[in-house]
Design a protein around this ligand. Structure first.
Ligand SMILES: O=c1ccn([C@@H]2O[C@H](COP(=O)(O)OP(=O)(O)O[C@H]3O[C@@H](CO)[C@H](O)[C@H]3O)[C@@H](O)[C@H]2O)c(=O)[nH]1
Ligand SMILES: [Mn+2]
Length: 363
């Protein structure tokens, strides 16, 4: 594997990565990203009214899917793709044919690092994905593969090769990704703290994955990145990315892959309405007190050697153990199965690595 630190930004995976953007707005924000995004193919998932025309700035190579397209392509299976919620973005992951995905919200702009330099978030995500993770033993000097860092004394040499990185979770300056109650009590709080660190989230630890500034190895973990049933007709919202993150982390832990969080930062420009968010989130705020222990207790059998098998097993356990919390979880479990069926229909096995892992890949 080429040393990510030496690959020039311009050639960084430009033919192996798609940028997925969920949107209900025009995409002027792309002007600010042009220097970094123009070489890449965009997959725009237009939510809401399909008859509304979305303006894409000149010079970008893109495909755009609205609700009519999703219904046409997936037929009845389109029921698993949320409507009127950013969760619709996962359709872009499914329809892509590339090895990597970067997803970003349309109110996220280029942030500046402490030296005042524009941050190429995509380049940092790619470096994160192209370098190994260390989920089995925490390195106190953070990412040992970054220039100027290394493994510290006492770090087992047998573990220094690391494991493949499946997910790179970036952060946000200005408007942090707070839940509605926190937003309500701290309406003026802005994140001004730039922490120059990338860390592997240890095996066995869950985390709140935000879909605002997120990259992943689609061939490895794509089928687990289902952003669950939210929005129109659903009792809950703003837990789509959280659900995907919990499923993804459990599967990465089982298959021995890593999840990183930290750099890069983007500039999150606007806070969504906290009262609207509270209405979307409130059931999730008490449900998650049962969801987290559930995901912490999920065990996957050794014969779950593909992401699809792992994901289908989790869906089975969701139905068995969470169906009694609320009937929504029976619906969500069914939608998880539909998602995998749709994924495999659009990505016949062998098209993506996650469907045929070498034996013994499961931990
Ligand atoms: O119905 C909708 C609403 C929005 N979108 C698109 O989704 C992203 C995020 O929208 P927005 O920035 O308005 O909302 P945030 O609260 O800041 O988003 C964060 O909360 C999470 C909710 O799941 C989300 O993952 C985070 O990013 C924009 O691109 C909107 O255009 C939509 O498609 N449909
Ligand atoms: Mn936003």
């Amino acid at each position: 594997m080429a040393d990510p630190a030496t690959i020039s930004p311009a050639t960084l995976l430009k033919d192996e990565l798609d940028i997925v953007i969920p949107t209900i707005r025009n995409l002027d924000f792309l002007e600010m990203w042009r220097p970094f995004f123009q070489p890449y193919h965009l997959i725009i998932v237009q939510d809401g009214d399909p008859s509304k025309a979305i303006k894409v700035p000149e010079g970008f190579d893109y495909e755009l899917y609205n609700r009519n397209d999703i219904n046409r392509i997936l037929g009845p299976k389109a029921s698993c793709i949320s409507f009127k919620d950013s969760a619709c973005r996962c359709f872009g992951y499914m329809i892509s044919k590339k090895k990597y995905i970067y997803t970003i919200d349309d109110d996220c702009f280029v942030a500046k690092d402490p030296s005042g330099k524009d941050i190429n978030a995509l380049e940092q995500h790619i470096k994160n994905l192209l370098s190994p993770s260390t989920p089995f033993f925490f390195n106190t000097l953070y990412d040992p593969y970054r220039a100027g860092a290394d493994f510290v004394r006492g770090y087992p040499f047998s573990l220094r090769e690391g494991v493949p990185t499946a997910v790179s979770h970036g952060l946000w300056l200005n408007i942090p990704d707070y839940d509605a109650p926190t937003q309500l009590v701290k309406p003026l709080e802005r994140n001004t703290r730039y922490v120059d660190a990338v860390m592997t989230i240890p095996k066995g630890t869950l985390f709140p994955m935000c879909g605002m500034n997120l990259a992943f190895d689609r061939e490895l973990i794509g089928p687990a990145m289902y952003f669950g049933l939210m929005g129109d007709g659903q009792p809950i919202g703003r837990y789509d990315d959280m659900w995907a993150g919990w499923c993804t982390k459990v599967i990465c832990d089982h298959l021995g892959w890593g999840v990183k969080t930290g750099l890069p930062y983007i500039w999150h420009s606007k806070a969504s309405n906290p009262f609207v968010n509270l209405r979307k989130e409130y059931k999730g705020i008490y449900w998650q007190e049962e969801l987290i222990p559930f995901f912490q207790s999920v065990t996957l059998p050794k014969d779950c050697t593909s992401v699809q098998k792992c994901y289908t097993e989790i869906a089975k356990q969701v139905k068995a153990k969470l169906g009694k919390v609320d009937d929504y979880f029976n619906k969500l479990a069914d939608a998880m199965v539909t998602w995998i069926e749709a994924w495999d229909e659009l990505n016949p096995s062998g098209a993506s690595k996650s469907s045929d892992l070498p034996n013994g890949a499961s931990k």
